[in-house]
Design a protein around this ligand. Structure first.
Ligand code: GLU
Length: 447
């Protein structure tokens, strides 16, 4: 059987075994697209059911999360943790609290995380978790009670050497605090390394909050370097206005770019002078309010309710909101507007059709498993600091992050070249990530 047929047969099994999970199918298809290239060169990677084992999570935990809301009513949510692959280190990946969360979404995120974490070059396996709980509009006390109930089950499955969750959409410093507090109480031990994204005065790392966004900006700077260019003077659009978007904007501004638009689920703002970051942080971080409030203060800016942020012409686009937010039509519009670089700040924000549009147009496109790896990489730095009971300065940690992103960029570019696909970040990232995990799986035997 040809390598292509082998991969197609395994993909069919994945579809059958994981029916009704379109996002997971999409994430698997993206990796499988590169797999036959590797198997053609190194057929031994198809031995020992390696690919089949890689597609099947080591463990999937689903649990009830009952909690009492502020009116005294009992609410019931569903909690998940998918412990996907631990050949490179403890399972590592965030928790997402959002009404769209289901098993398929957590599996897609966990699968991506395996390769992202491998690419980071740090000793971390892949996992992901979350709940269909919606923190939007909930009081701090409700969020706390939910987090305590969630951790009451999760605590028995995690640990510094087992599984180390962190944040993702809907899970930031507040939630990590409540989760850590409950873990500490249940286990009667101050095991700092069990969660990352902690507060700075109780075991957290400098730069962790900023890391995914900063990392994406560093990655874009590396991409531009390959065409002898830089972010200086570039017009940038960043979708979203959460943790990733805010700190991508901050670093892009520091590197000389001008971010003219960002968004939330209600619509997008355009500020031709460049997004006023203090104002954005006040709205989103301090007040958890809607983005339309931006134009009440910055009256020269505009707010568009609904619509597509990708209608805003730019040199660099960073989708940093959520999966499948940038579709084929949006990609065509961006190409017409002159985009030269697209880097995924979120996980799988670009549809496969949109990726193809960028490929055909010769636009440099970086997948999330490379471009947004800075967050989880800095989580691994937080684990290092916790293990050695140390805490590093902001500058030192930021420098480590910048080097890690340069390292990932280099590995991806070299791999793409080595396999005869220069400039193809998708194949480069998939192949480099896969080979690292696959080699470790072979060494550890059939487990
Ligand atoms: N949720 C982030 C990601 O998608 C970070 C996970 C972590 O720090 O463990 O990579």
């Amino acid at each position: 059987m040809s390598a292509r047929d082998q991969v197609a047969a395994i993909y069919q099994q994945v579809l059958q075994r994981n029916a009704g999970e379109p996002e997971f199918h999409q994430a698997a298809a993206e990796v499988f697209e590169s797999l036959h290239v590797v198997l053609e060169r190194y057929p031994h990677y198809a031995d020992g059911g390696l690919v089949e084992r890689l597609c099947e999570p080591e463990r999937q935990i689903i649990f009830r999360v009952p909690w009492v809301d502020d009116t005294g009513a009992v609410q019931v949510n569903r909690g998940f943790r998918v412990q996907y692959n631990s050949v490179l280190g403890p399972y590592k990946g965030g928790l997402r609290f959002h009404p769209s969360v289901n098993l398929g979404i957590v599996k897609f995120l966990g699968f991506e995380q395996i390769f992202k974490n491998a690419l980071s070059g740090l000793p971390i396996g892949g996992g992901k978790g979350g709940s269909d709980f919606d923190p939007k509009g909930r009081s701090d006390a409700e969020v706390m009670r939910f987090c305590q109930s969630f951790m009451t089950e999760l605590h028995r499955h995690i640990g510094e050497y087992t599984d180390v969750p962190a944040g993702d959409i809907g899970v930031g410093g507040r939630e990590i605090g409540y989760l850590f507090g409950q873990y500490k109480r249940l286990t009667n031990s101050y095991e700092s390394g069990v969660l990352t994204g902690k507060g700075l005065n109780w075991g957290g790392s400098q730069v962790r909050k900023e890391a995914t966004g900063y990392g994406a900006a560093y990655f874009v700077a590396e991409m531009l370097k390959t065409v002898k260019s830089s972010l200086d003077g570039k017009t940038v659009v960043v979708s979203g206005s959460g943790n990733v978007a805010i700190y991508a904007i901050e670093k892009i501004h520091q590197l000389g770019g001008i971010v003219v638009a960002c968004s939330d689920s209600s619509g997008y703002i355009v500020d031709p002078k460049g997004i006023d970051l203090e104002l954005l942080k006040d709205i989103k971080e301090s007040r958890r309010a809607r983005i339309c409030e931006y134009v009440e203060t910055a009256t020269h800016a505009t707010f568009t309710s609904g619509g597509s942020i990708w209608d805003v012409a730019c040199d660099v686009a960073i989708p940093a909101a959520t999966q499948n937010e940038l579709d084929e039509d949006a990609a065509i519009t961006l190409v017409k507007g002159g985009v030269v670089v697209v880097a995924e700040g979120a996980n799988m924000p670009t549809t496969p059709e949109a990726v193809q549009v960028f490929r055909d147009a010769g636009v440099a496109f970086a997948p999330g498993k490379a471009a947004n790896a800075g967050g989880v990489a800095t989580s691994a730095l937080e684990m290092q600091q916790n293990a050695s009971r140390d805490s590093w300065s902001f500058e030192y940690t930021d420098d480590r992050l910048a080097r890690i992103m340069t390292g990932i960029h280099g590995r991806v570019v070299e791999t793409a070249e080595d396999y005869g696909m220069p400039g193809d970040y998708v194949h480069g990232a998939n192949i480099a990530g896969f080979v690292k995990v696959a080699d470790a799986m072979i060494s550890l035997g059939v487990i």
